[in-house]
Design a protein around this ligand. Structure first.
Ligand SMILES: Cc1cc2nc3c(=O)[nH]c(=O)nc-3n(C[C@H](O)[C@H](O)[C@H](O)COP(=O)(O)OP(=O)(O)OC[C@H]3O[C@@H](n4cnc5c(N)ncnc54)[C@H](O)[C@@H]3O)c2cc1C
Length: 387
């Protein structure tokens, strides 16, 4: 079959891929543009999958990311297919369904996948994970027939999902190897606040808990713990981090750093005409003065925008924003921005009525991050300090 000749081929239809095609057109990028997306659903907002969508406060119709008629207005073809190989020398790509593309520019926006818990049974199909809309539908269906849930992992997705499952009326246990949720990343005071929110919601916390196995237990699933009582639940969700989806890039011979595609501040990879953006990228941030690994929605969008503009020929588009995200645990919003390589001191500021700010400083007293709850002025201020 003859290859289709395209000006821009985008692999992946998450926020990075979608913002790349929007920015490409805004920047005056011409010609044929194709997005190949392995997700069978039309592009959707991922953050609600552990929050309002999971707990039933929003519907699938609220998740769509495309405006009506947007693809035809942008003259972008959306192919529900999977790219299986890229030859960066020949500037060609092949797909699972037998399509072939010859491209001028190609953007890898393949995102990441949930990591499996590395214990016996951790990759069993009965253990639920949360990344896609279909994962969230499956989790909702499982919750519908369940009385109890065990959530393993106290990162944001674990905390958010535990709060949402509790809201659906399940007895929820959150199992973590941390001393309190997020304490390693955000400090003890923030960990204590999150603990309070989860406990107030009626979630049981098991901290400093090492999972050694996950096994079937009649109709439920048993989580085997080291030195603590096992937990048996009707459903088990693991939320123990992500793995960048970089197999395709590795096979194509792109330079990788710890599984992420190395790109400069314009999102250019080691291969001519090939860019990368989003969770899969290890991108140079000009304000940080070094490359950063981030897994946040806004940053994926921003990197995608830079990649799209660069592909359209802009020499100026570069990534410089401080990375960060917003999270919602039950009714509690958190806003976080940080360079991501730790801190010397976490200064806790109680804003009254439950509001708080944590200022993260390095050894010179320079602000390297901020976490706020109901303290937007501090968030804005810190964002300015970081920029
Ligand atoms: C439940 C949940 C809640 C979250 N909440 C927040 C939040 O509150 N705030 C926040 O900042 N971040 C949040 N995130 C993280 C955020 O969603 C990600 O950082 C963001 O989606 C990354 O965007 P991306 O475009 O790089 O990748 P993705 O969104 O992962 O999209 C990548 C796409 O590429 C496709 N793909 C992969 N390989 C191929 C291939 N070979 N061919 C074709 N297509 C391919 C995949 O199917 C996928 O659709 C959350 C994530 C999850 C799962």
């Amino acid at each position: 079959m003859t290859d289709e000749v395209v000006d821009l081929l985008v692999i992946g239809g998450g926020p990075a891929g979608l913002s790349a095609v929007r920015a490409y057109r805004e920047e005056g990028g011409k010609g044929r543009v194709v997005v190949v997306s392995a997700d069978p659903d039309a592009p959707y907002d991922r953050p609600p999958l552990s929050k309002d969508f999971l707990r039933g406060d929003s519907a699938e119709a609220d998740l769509g990311l495309l405006e009506s008629g947007e693809l035809s207005r942008l003259e972008v073809t959306w192919a529900r297919d999977r790219v299986t190989g890229v030859d960066v020398g020949a500037r060609r790509a092949d797909t699972r369904d037998g399509a072939g593309f010859t491209y001028r520019s190609c953007i890898f926006a393949t995102g990441s996948n949930p990591a499996d818990l590395p214990v016996p049974g951790g990759d069993d199909s009965s253990v639920l994970r949360l990344r896609t809309l279909e994962d969230s539908r499956r989790l909702k269906r499982a919750a519908n027939g369940a009385r109890t849930a065990a959530v393993i992992g106290s990162g944001f997705i674990g905390c958010e999902a535990a709060a949402s499952l509790r809201r659906l009326g399940l007895d929820v246990v959150l199992i973590t190897d941390e001393s309190s949720p997020q304490a390693q990343r955000l400090g003890d005071e923030a960990g204590a606040r999150i603990t309070g929110w989860l406990r107030d919601a009626g979630i049981r916390l098991m901290v400093d808990a090492g999972v050694t196995a996950i096994e079937p237990a009649g109709p439920g699933v048993r989580v085997v713990l080291e030195g603590q009582d096992d937990v048996t639940a009707d459903l088990v969700l693991t939320a123990v981090g992500v793995r960048p989806a970089s197999d395709l890039a590795a096979a194509a011979g792109l330079d990788l750093h710890e599984g992420r595609i190395v790109v400069d501040s314009h999102m250019r990879t080691s291969a001519p005409g090939v860019l990368a953006a989003g969770d899969v990228a290890y991108a140079f941030n000009t304000a940080a003065g070094r490359a950063l690994a981030v897994e946040h929605w806004f940053d994926a969008e921003t990197m995608g925008k830079v990649a799209g503009k660069t592909a359209a020929g802009s020499p100026d588009a570069q990534w410089s924003d401080p990375p960060g995200f917003w999270s919602q645990i039950g009714d509690h919003w958190l806003k976080y921005a940080a360079w991501g390589d730790g801190y010397q001191e976490a200064l806790f500021e109680d804003g009254g009525d439950g509001a708080f700010t944590v200022w993260y400083q390095d050894e010179n007293g320079t602000c390297v991050g901020v976490l706020t709850h109901q303290a937007d002025a501090n968030y804005e201020k810190a964002f300015g300090l970081l920029s």
